[in-house]
Each structure stands twice: as structure tokens, then as C-alpha cells.
Design a binder for this molecule. Structure first.
Ligand SMILES: Cc1ncc(C[n+]2csc(CCOP(=O)(O)OP(=O)(O)O)c2C)c(N)n1
Length: 505
């Protein structure tokens, strides 16, 4: 690797930024930004296909920091890579109204793809983005022009991978053979309270192999050549998602806490001065050297140039495919036909139709009016009745299918739907029985917090589900959903109201 020396300086300076930011506010998490600094250097200095001057470029690689507590990792690298995140924002880490909140928040910071912090969900968001990337390629690429061909890369720690939602999502990602997805596992043997072996003893990499991932183990996670090689292998995959286990030393750079649970949080910040000396950093805090700055400036110039080449392809594609171009623009602008209410079935006031049967008719009408509408179910399409007819299922072999078969994975369904929503072209939804909304509640909460253009369908909202018994009777469920801030909960009571509810959603 030609740039190894400069990337090593960048890694140590990124460590310095994390130490200084966390020291300044006396809170935050040092462990991941210091432990995974070389991963960051290779990703942002070499691997990621992004345009820092336009964080919304539609064919960018999506990078998801699933381990959101390590937010200074993301902020430090976005700053160095030349995104619109000036050093003042790094100095304002964790302050109210800064662009550098304690955990990454969607729409607050250029380059932050999604809100993370609740562990595990970011993995499922990344799976959703990878699904959306495949869908976008299937809907919009043509034999002449490839508009979408990016990767989705997520960084997760032990905490994320202990969470069930990550397991649910990874299992589906393997099944769907999402070869555009790479999951990097920051394997540092430490969680928060203790060493990871206090609460886990399975081989995580074997688990991911069983899910159907192409698995790579990097014994020394500070070896940038090994990281470069693994990421290149991931990019050339054409059959499976890739899982890269990177053995790192948590809080590397602060010898007093490195490699221990004491390195996870802000505890090491009290050793800031000696740590900075040990890393070869000058006394000046928030230091970035001229050579590191100019390395990233020239990298950004190259990235902008590649982006311009893509722009030329995109213009040619637009000219050759005006209908596709209009559809893409409508998806990106979250447009909904103004006359949508006129395009769905009208039900008589006294129509004797179950609300979910009415919903089935309406979602099929909506799907005709909105070609980017996606409908999924957690193995209950037969009961939730939200299957879109004649558009096929999204499978490993059919990326243009518009029905998602999530399997019995409600939490992942919510977070994958969020991932498709973050991606920003499709309008996805997921369905299950109302009583199981609680299985997906954490991702519903995030979807509300982030204003995502997605919706959830929860059927069988009645104590009258009768024979199924109390486990299936959603007595308190709707009240519980209504207390989630910014979540519109509509409870239609007849076919006419059902039509209105779907159109409103
Ligand atoms: C769902 C959820 N539960 C608990 C937490 C609190 N928490 C934040 S980080 C962490 C430990 C994570 O361990 P790991 O992923 O190994 O992170 P590392 O120590 O490597 O930084 C915990 C329990 C959380 N953010 N989300």
C-alpha cells in the first residue's frame, strides 16, 4: 500500500481527535474510535466510494456505524475526509445543537446515514440499505447505463452482534445473498461492564458463516494491509455478503486502559496528555497535520472526479430513459400522487368487509399508483393481507420483486424497513399482528424519531381474536404505540376508514 505511512498518521490523529473531544466534554466512548482507527483510515482514506462534497449522492457507498456509541469514530473520519463537518463541530462534541451529538442522528450530520445507538439495529438498517441498493439497481439500471452499483458497509461491535435484531437481519441477509453488504466486526473482546467472555462464548464468525456470509478473520486489526485486502475481497464478492472479524485492541493508544473494559467509555480521557505524547501528537489539541490534510484534499479531488464521471453516465441515462428518471426523481422527493384518494377503491358506508380485506384491496390500488411502494410481512402475508399481486417477491434471484418475505423476524423487519426508508427512494412497509408490534417496538420508535417515509401495518387489533387466546389479544398495544413521540397511529374501524388510513400513510 503506497499510502500506509500517511494513513497511519491519520489513524493516530483520529485517535487524538477522539481523545480531545471526549476529554473536552468529559463524556463519550473512547474504546471504538481508538481501537478501530486503522479500520477508519483504510475505509475513509482508501476504500469508500463517496463524494464528501455531496453527502447525498445517490450512488455513494453507505457506511453505517452500528455501534453508535463510538460516534467520535464517525465524526473524526468524516471531518478528515472533507465532509461538511468543521473542526469546531468536533470541539463541540455532545453539545446541544451541534452536528456532533452523543450518538449519530440522521439528518443532523453530513455523512451520517442513519440514527444509531440502540445496539444491533444499525446492522439491520444496513441490511435494509443493501436490499434497497439491489432494488434500485433492478428498477433503474439498464443494459447501457449502470446508475447504482455501490456497497453498504457497517461497523458493529460485540454489543451489536449479541443483540437478536442483528442475528435476525444477518440471517435474512445471508438468505438473500446480499453481496453488496459488508459487516465489519470490531472484535475487541470487551463490552461495557466486562470482558465479552463474561457473557458470550460462541464463535461469532462461525455463526455468520452459518448465516451464509463469506467470512474473513483479521488477526491483527491494526494491520492496514490486511484490512485493505479484506475490503477488496468483499467488493469482489458476487454471491454472498461478507463478514470481516477484525481483532482490535480497545482504546489502543491509552496504555492504562487499552484492552480492558476500562477502555470502553470516557475513563481513559484522564490520561489524555500522556496518551497524546505516546501517539506522537504535539501539544496543540485537535491537531491535524498538513500532510494528512493534503492527503485527504487530494483524495477528495479524486473522489469528486469519479463522481463527475458518474454524473456523465447519469445524464446519458436520464436522456435515454425519461420515464425511469421521472420515477427516480419522484422517489427521491418522497412524492405521492396528489389524487391518490381517487385511485383507491371506494367502499360503501355500510360495506360488510373486514378491515384487512379492505386493506388488501387498497394496498394493491396504491401499489399501482406508486411503483416504488414495497410491502413486506413477517410470515403473515396470508393473514395481514398486504401482499401486492403480480409484482413478485424480492428474492436472491429477483431484485425487482416488491413483496418482502421477512420471515418471523419482527424486530429486524422494522429495522430493515427503516434501512430501506433511509436509502430514500422506496416507500416500504412491514406487517404483522398488532400484538407483535411490541417485538419491533425499538425500530418503530427510531422510525418515528427520524421521520422516515415508511409505514407499519398491524392487523388483528381486537380482543375478539378469541380462540387464539390472551397471548394474541392486543389489549394495551395500541395505547402503548400512541405514546411513542411522532408516531401517527391510525386505527380504522371500517373499510372506508381503512382506505383513508392507507392513503394517509
Ligand atoms: C440496545 C442497547 N442496550 C444497551 C446499550 C448500552 N451500551 C452502550 S455500549 C454498550 C456495550 C457495547 O459493547 P461493544 O459493542 O463491545 O462496544 P465496545 O466496548 O467495543 O465499544 C452498552 C451495553 C445500548 N446502547 N443499546
Amino acid at each position: 500500500m503506497q499510502n500506509q505511512e500517511i494513513l497511519q498518521s491519520a489513524a493516530d490523529q483520529a485517535r487524538g481527535l477522539a481523545i480531545d473531544a471526549i476529554h473536552a466534554c468529559s463524556s463519550g466512548h473512547l474504546g471504538l474510535p481508538l481501537g478501530a482507527a486503522e479500520v477508519g483510515a483504510v475505509l475513509f482514506g482508501q476504500d469508500l466510494k463517496v463524494d464528501p462534497s455531496d453527502a447525498q449522492w445517490i450512488n455513494r457507498d453507505r457506511f453505517v456505524l452500528s455501534a453508535g456509541h463510538g460516534s467520535m469514530f464517525l465524526y473524526g473520519w468524516l471531518h478528515l475526509a472533507g465532509f461538511d463537518l468543521p473542526i469546531e463541530e468536533i470541539k463541540n462534541f455532545r453539545q446541544l445543537h451541534s452536528k456532533t451529538p452523543g450518538h449519530p442522528e440522521y439528518m443532523e450530520t453530513p455523512g451520517v446515514e442513519c440514527t444509531t445507538g440502540p445496539l444491533g439495529q444499525g446492522v439491520a438498517n444496513a441490511v435494509g440499505m443493501a436490499v434497497a441498493g439491489k432494488m434500485a439497481a433492478a428498477h433503474f439500471n439498464t443494459a447501457e447505463h449502470e446508475i447504482f452499483n455501490h456497497q453498504v458497509i457497517a461497523l458493529a461491535g460485540d454489543g451489536c452482534l449479541q443483540e437478536g435484531v442483528a442475528a435476525e437481519a444477518a440471517s435474512l441477509a445471508g438468505h438473500l445473498a446480499l453481496d453488496n453488504l459488508t459487516l465489519i466486526y470490531d472484535s475487541n473482546d470487551v463490552t461495557l461492564d466486562a470482558m465479552a467472555d463474561a457473557s458470550q462464548s460462541e464463535s461469532v464468525i462461525d455463526r455468520f458463516a452459518a448465516y451464509g456470509f463469506n467470512c474473513i478473520l483479521i488477526e491483527d486489526g491494526h494491520d492496514m494491509l490486511a484490512i485493505t485486502d479484506a475490503l477488496a475481497q468483499a467488493r469482489s464478492q458476487t454471491e454472498k455478503p461478507t463478514f470481516i472479524e477484525v481483532k482490535t485492541t480497545i482504546a489502543k493508544g491509552i496504555p492504562e486502559v487499552a484492552g480492558t473494559a476500562g477502555g470502553h467509555g470516557e475513563g481513559g480521557a484522564k490520561f489524555a496528555e500522556s496518551a497524546r505524547q505516546g501517539l506522537g501528537l504535539p501539544e496543540e489539541t485537535f491537531y491535524v497535520s498538513d500532510d494528512v490534510r493534503s492527503f485527504f484534499e487530494s483524495r477528495k479531488a479524486q473522489q469528486v472526479e469519479s463522481r463527475q464521471q458518474w454524473d456523465a453516465t447519469f445524464s446519458a441515462w436520464q436522456a435515454a430513459n425519461p420515464d425511469k428518471a421521472a420515477l427516480l426523481a419522484s422517489g427521491l422527493n418522497r412524492e405521492v400522487p396528489a389524487d391518490l384518494m381517487d385511485q383507491v377503491q371506494v367502499f360503501a358506508e355500510d360495506a360488510k368487509v373486514a378491515t384487512r380485506a379492505a386493506g388488501s384491496q387498497v394496498i394493491n390500488d396504491l401499489a399501482k399508483a406508486m411503483p416504488l411502494l414495497i410491502s413486506g410481512s413477517a410470515d403473515l402475508h396470508g393473514s395481514t393481507k398486504n401482499y401486492i399481486k403480480e409484482v413478485g417477491d424480492f428474492t436472491a434471484d429477483n431484485h425487482s420483486g416488491r413483496n418482502m418475505l421477512f420471515g418471523i423476524r419482527e424486530h429486524a423487519m422494522g429495522a430493515i424497513v427503516n434501512g430501506i426508508g433511509y436509502y430514500g427512494i422506496f416507500r416500504p412497509s412491514g406487517a404483522t399482528f398488532a400484538v407483535f408490534a411490541d417485538y419491533m417496538r425499538p425500530s418503530v420508535r427510531i422510525s418515528a424519531l427520524t421521520n422516515l417515509p415508511i409505514f407499519h401495518i398491524w392487523t388483528h387489533d381486537s380482543v375478539a381474536v378469541g380462540e387464539d387466546g390472551p397471548t394474541h389479544q392486543p389489549v394495551e398495544t395500541v395505547s402503548g404505540l400512541r405514546v411513542i413521540p411522532n408516531l401517527d397511529v391510525i386505527r380504522p374501524a371500517d373499510p372506508e376508514e381503512t382506505a383513508g388510513a392507507f392513503v394517509a400513510a
